[in-house]
Structure formats: structure tokens, C-alpha cells
Write a protein that binds this ligand. Structure first.
Ligand SMILES: Cc1cc2nc3c(=O)[nH]c(=O)nc-3n(C[C@H](O)[C@H](O)[C@H](O)COP(=O)(O)OP(=O)(O)OC[C@H]3O[C@@H](n4cnc5c(N)ncnc54)[C@H](O)[C@@H]3O)c2cc1C
Length: 586
């Protein structure tokens, strides 16, 4: 039962939300609808702002399409500006207020126990009903950030795991205990307000703890701390038996090692305990531009491999063409020194971060034209530096999004939520994203960086590329080093390749070439995006020893689809994917 104080707080929050929605309807909606209408009118009369937009590519590939679908495809950008931006604002406001309510009423721990019992009840009911179809979370495909359509969801028994709260901050043990649907934006808000952060804070606001643990998560501090999962000290899952299982280094250590990358194939994660570290207010960031591939690859590797104490806390690279890149190294600091300016890059009127970095390149004619630059960034601005522009995907969705006037008037509403963007995808756009668009992160040994850039250039010619170093610890589990090199680099390619704009790109063929290259060099694919690996290739890239053992021991084989069935195209039909009876292709 809610206490009087909680009811009062809830009433205040509900009132605030009500008035915010009213204000958005009165003041914001007319503004965004006018913007959408103006953009529509201009592009209708004059044509697209840039040649071969993603909408043009989508339409070029559709043989037959109804006039209405064609119209909705061609004019998605104004639709996004008019409606998706204010919808995202309402959703974010609701969530922000909800988090504030939970934190202020301190009601999360009590409610957590009830929510765990509810997950257990659903699993036990599934057992009582004869365990017909395997289970997966009920989280709908449109809500997750991954661009993939979760076809397997149609064939599974869905279990609601609606758990969105930060449970406990333990300042003595230096840990934070959270529920699986807590997002990175939510966590960084709560923790930085108390002077803490987590060692690896993946930067898109909407990424969730559950997805980053059961899938994979990385950030520019991963060369010191490893993947997101490596910073966790305890997991709690509800297994196939409907019981709650706790796993840590000391308690069920094998289960603890098997949960990362398990894609829900062992049970439902209901809580995670993550290490915290003291946060400082700013990041002092040094940008080093290069116009030579060998030089930036060497520098990036050196910086990533410096011993702890000497290494910068953050190392990241943005590659703008095969030869030109900016490598960034940074450390947290308490104050802004007088040796460099403060750049609050997260402010809505500021240029998108990747555009700002690009302006520092040699020979680009930018303000700096190639010299090393130092800046201070507020900590949260640094963490979420790629959020406003969804890395660089937003430039194709809202082509005028980085225009100074747009930023000034509408930048505070950016970015549109990836979930809502998915709802605006027509069939033509869906096919375009599947076949002509690349979203891919590959983890390759860092000594193969230059070779990998050449391979990405040959197959995708897609820039910028994201470089993020990552240490792989030698512990049993799904992903472990197969060679002496333990430092890896995540190479991320996001967007539409130039060849797709010319109508010459085959996403599947290129994807397979890159996958084969990564496998040959003992690397790994980050599985949230397209994977064309066959089951055998998948099982050879990822070590299934521990996962298979535990799935058998805990009777999870019938209860949950195996990871391959969830993440790979070759898993076959929806029904096959759900039951794990995937096509055995080579
Ligand atoms: C635009 C974009 C930007 C991205 N940016 C970054 C980035 O900056 N850094 C980074 O590291 N990654 C990034 N990613 C990839 C991201 O790490 C993965 O998508 C990751 O899996 C988190 O996504 P999610 O929170 O939507 O999880 P989901 O996609 O919902 O979950 C991933 C998997 O985990 C399983 N799972 C989730 N919750 C539970 C649970 N409670 N119990 C059991 N199983 C569960 C699900 O079965 C699912 O298969 C990005 C992806 C996109 C599309």
C-alpha cells in the first residue's frame, strides 16, 4: 500500500506531467508541425536537400508501392520533425518524473521484491501450463534500440520484466544495484548527482542494463575496465525453474561467467550490481588529428595499451576517411583549468560532436586545421556526446538537424527516440535499413586495426568509423581471447555507404566478407545488429562451452531460445528461431 507521503508525491508528479503535456500541446506541437509543414513544402517544391537521401534509396528498391506508402516514405523527415520530436519529449519527461518519484519516495526496494515475485509467478505458470513454447521478455521489438526486427518474439511465450528502477547505492561497497530496464541516461543522472559514475557508461541514453549485460556494452574506458559486464559484481536471474538465482564471483561463479552475452538464454535478469567510481565534474579532452592511417593506428594502439596509472581514462577515435582520423584521450578533472576552454558540447545549440571533431582535422579548413586541441567538457556532456546525433545516424533522418538555426530553435528536442523512429518506418524504409544500410560493430585485435580499416573501406566506404578500445579478460565465458593479444578495438560503421547511394551495394554480401575477415583474425561480432553467420560459424566465433553446460544443467534448453536463434539471420523462420531449431547451414 502506498503511504500518504508517496501519494502526495505521486499527485505532484502527475500534476507536473499533466501541465507539461498541456504546454507541449499548446506551444511545442504547433511549432514542430509548422516546421514539418515548412520542410515538407520546400522539399516538395524544390526536392530533397541532398541527393540520394535514405528515402530515395528506399523508394528506388521498391518495385511496386502504393501512392500512400510512397508519400509516407518520401516525406518521413517532416513527419519525424512534426510528431516524433514532441512525442519523444513527452516520453522522456514522463520517465524523468517517474525516476524522480521513485528516488524521492525511496519505494524501489519494496516494489522490486514484488516485481521479482511477478516474474517468478509467470515462469511457474508457464511450467504449470506444460511449457509449450520457449520464453523471452515481452519487451516489444520497437522499444529496443537495435535496428533488428525481433521476429522470434512472435513464436515465444512472453514474460513481462517491467523493472525500471535504481535500487540501492552502497557507498561503502562502492556499488549500485539496479533493475534490468534502467537506462544509461537514467543511471548517469542519478549517480552523477551523488558524485559517482560507473566505470563503463555506454553513451546512448536509452541503452539498458539488461541489454548491455545479456548482450554487450562498451565505452571509451573499456581499455581499462573491459566490457560493461566486466564491471558487474552480482546478477540475479529467474531461471527455467521459476526460482531466483544469485550469481557472483563467490556464489554460482559459473553462472556469473555465463550470463554476459547469454541473450536471455539462461533466464530473466532481474537485478545487477555494478561497481561505481568517484565522478569528477569535467573531462579534459585532447584531440589529436592525423592524416596518415599507419600513424593514427599506432598512436591509438599505444594509448590503449599504456599501463594503468599512465593511460588516459578515455580513449576514442573517429575516422573520417581511410587516412584521416582524430584520436581523443581524456581524464576526469574537478575544475576547468586556464590552459583550455570549456566546451559544453551537450548544449542543444552546439554542433553535433562528430561534426565538431571533424572540424579539427588537418587540411579540412576548420577553425583549427590540424593542430592538437585541448578542451574541458562537462562529464555528462562527454558521456552522452554521441546521443544528440545518434552517433551520425541523425544526419540522414533529419538532414537539417545540425543547421545552427535548427539547433537553436529545435535542438533541445533532439534526438528523436529510436523506438519512435521505428514506428515511422514504412516497408520500403524497413527494407532499406535491412539491405542498404550498415549498422555494425566488430571487435578485432588491436594489432589488426589498420588491416581492419582497409577491409571496412573496401566493403563499406562508410565514414565516420567509431574506434573504441577494449580489454578482454582471460576468464571463461562466451567471449574470451583466442590469441595472445588481449587488447581489442571496436570498429563501428553506421549509415548508408556511398555505393548504396549509387545503387551498387549488397549489404549481405559485404556483411559476410567482413564477418569472415573478423573470424579469420579471431575477433568477435557485436550481435545487436545484422549477423549473417551460420550456426557453425557462430559457435566457432563464440565459446559455447559454459553456456551449453549451464543451459543443460538448469533445463534452460527448452525454456529459452539459444542466442543464435535470436541474433542471426540464418536462424530461419520465426517458429524455428523461437524453438532454436535453426537451419544448420555452413
Ligand atoms: C543506435 C545505436 C547506438 C548504440 N550505441 C551503443 C553504445 O554507445 N555503446 C554500446 O556499448 N552499445 C551501443 N549499441 C548497441 C547496444 O549495446 C546493444 O543494442 C545492447 O544489447 C543494448 O540494447 P538494449 O538496451 O536495447 O537491449 P535489448 O536489445 O533489449 O536486449 C539485448 C538482449 O539482451 C536480452 N535481455 C535484455 N534484458 C534482459 C533481461 N532482463 N533478462 C534476460 N535477457 C535480457 C534480450 O534477450 C536481448 O536479446 C548501440 C546500438 C544502436 C542501435
Amino acid at each position: 500500500m502506498m503511504k500518504l507521503k508517496e501519494l502526495g508525491l505521486l499527485a505532484v508528479m502527475a500534476t507536473i506531467l499533466f501541465w507539461i503535456v498541456v504546454l507541449i500541446c499548446i506551444f511545442v506541437l504547433p511549432l514542430t508541425v509548422s516546421l514539418g509543414a515548412a520542410y515538407f513544402a520546400v522539399t516538395f517544391v524544390l526536392g530533397s536537400f541532398s541527393p540520394n537521401t535514405i528515402e530515395d534509396i528506399a523508394l528506388a528498391k521498391m518495385k511496386s508501392i502504393s501512392p500512400l506508402a510512397k508519400f509516407a516514405t518520401k516525406h518521413r523527415a517532416p513527419l519525424v520533425m512534426a510528431f516524433v520530436l514532441p512525442m519523444s519529449l513527452v516520453f522522456d519527461t514522463f520517465f524523468y518524473l517517474r525516476t524522480q518519484f521513485i528516488v524521492r519516495s525511496n519505494s524501489a526496494p519494496d516494489m522490486h521484491d514484488q516485481r521479482v515475485e511477478e516474474v517468478q509467478r509467470q515462469v511457474k505458470q508457464w511450467i504449470a501450463d506444460g511449457s509449450q513454447r520457449p520464453m523471452a521478455t515481452a519487451r516489444p521489438g520497437w522499444l529496443v534500440i537495435s535496428p533488428k526486427y525481433m521476429t522470434y518474439k512472435a513464436g515465444v511465450h512472453k514474460v513481462k520484466v517491467d523493472m525500471y528502477d535504481v535500487l540501492e547505492l552502497d557507498e561503502e561497497a562502492m556499488t549500485v544495484r539496479v533493475e534490468p530496464c534502467v537506462s544509461m541516461g537514467q543511471l548517469s543522472h542519478v549517480l552523477t548527482a551523488k558524485g559517482y559514475t560507473i566505470p563503463v557508461l555506454p553513451e546512448m541514453d536509452d541503452l539498458t542494463v539488461g541489454g548491455l549485460i545479456c548482450g554487450c556494452g562498451i565505452e571509451s574506458s573499456s581499455h581499462l575496465y573491459g566490457l560493461f559486464q566486466a564491471t558487474c559484481t552480482q546478477f540475479e536471474i529467474v531461471g527455467a525453474d521459476g526460482e531466483l538465482h544469485r550469481a557472483s564471483e563467490d556464489e554460482n561463479p559459473e553462472l556469473f561467467r555465463a550470463i554476459p552475452w547469454s541473450y536471455g538464454s539462461l533466464g530473466f535478469l532481474v537485478s545487477a550490481t555494478i561497481r561505481i567510481v568517484p565522478a569528477k565534474k569535467f573531462v579534459k579532452l585532447t584531440y589529436t588529428p592525423f592524416d596518415d592511417a599507419a600513424a593514427y593506428c599506432k598512436y591509438f594502439e599505444e594509448q590503449s595499451k599504456l599501463p594503468e596509472g599512465e593511460a588516459a581514462l578515455f580513449v576514442e577515435g573517429l575516422v573520417y576517411s581511410k587516412d584521416r582520423a582524430v584520436i581523443m584521450t581524456g581524464n576526469m578533472v574537478d575544475e576547468v583549468g586556464d590552459d583550455a576552454p570549456l566546451n559544453a558540447i551537450g548544449s542543444f545549440w552546439k554542433p553535433w560532436f562528430f561534426k565538431h571533431v571533424e572540424s579539427l582535422l588537418t587540411g579540412m579548413g576548420g577553425a583549427n586545421d590540424g593542430a592538437e586541441v585541448v578542451e574541458y567538457l562537462p562529464l555528462r556532456d562527454y558521456y552522452h556526446r554521441h546521443t544528440r546525433s545518434i552517433f551520425w545516424e541523425a544526419q540522414d533522418i533529419i538532414p537539417i538537424g545540425n543547421h545552427p538555426l535548427f539547433r537553436l530553435l529545435f535542438g533541445w528536442m533532439m534526438p528523436p527516440k529510436v523506438s519512435f523512429l521505428k514506428l515511422t518506418q514504412t516497408e520500403a524504409l524497413h527494407r532499406m535499413y535491412k539491405e542498404q544500410h550498415v549498422i555494425q560493430d566488430m571487435l578485432v585485435p588491436i594489432n589488426k586495426l589498420q588491416l581492419s580499416i582497409e577491409k571496412f573501406d573496401e566493403q563499406y566506404q562508410l565514414y565516420p568509423l567509431w574506434l573504441c578500445p577494449m580489454k578482454l579478460f582471460d576468464v571463461p565465458g562466451f567471449v574470451q581471447p583466442k590469441i595472445d593479444e588481449h587488447m581489442f578495438v571496436d570498429i563501428g560503421a553506421y549509415g548508408v555507404p556511398e555505393s548504396a547511394r549509387r545503387g551498387e551495394f549488397d549489404g549481405e554480401a559485404s556483411g559476410k566478407v567482413v564477418e569472415a575477415f573478423v573470424a579469420e583474425h579471431k575477433g568477435f561480432q557485436m550481435l545487436y545488429a545484422d549477423s549473417y553467420l551460420s550456426r557453425d560459424e557462430f559457435r566457432s566465433m563464440f565459446d559455447h562451452t559454459l553456456l551449453d553446460k549451464l543451459r543443460k544443467a538448469t533445463k534452460a534448453e527448452r525454456a529459452f531460445p539459444e542466442p543464435f536463434a535470436k541474433v542471426c539471420h540464418k536462424a530461419g523462420s520465426t517458429a524455428d528461431a523461437a524453438t532454436g531449431k535453426a537451419k544448420k547451414t555452413n
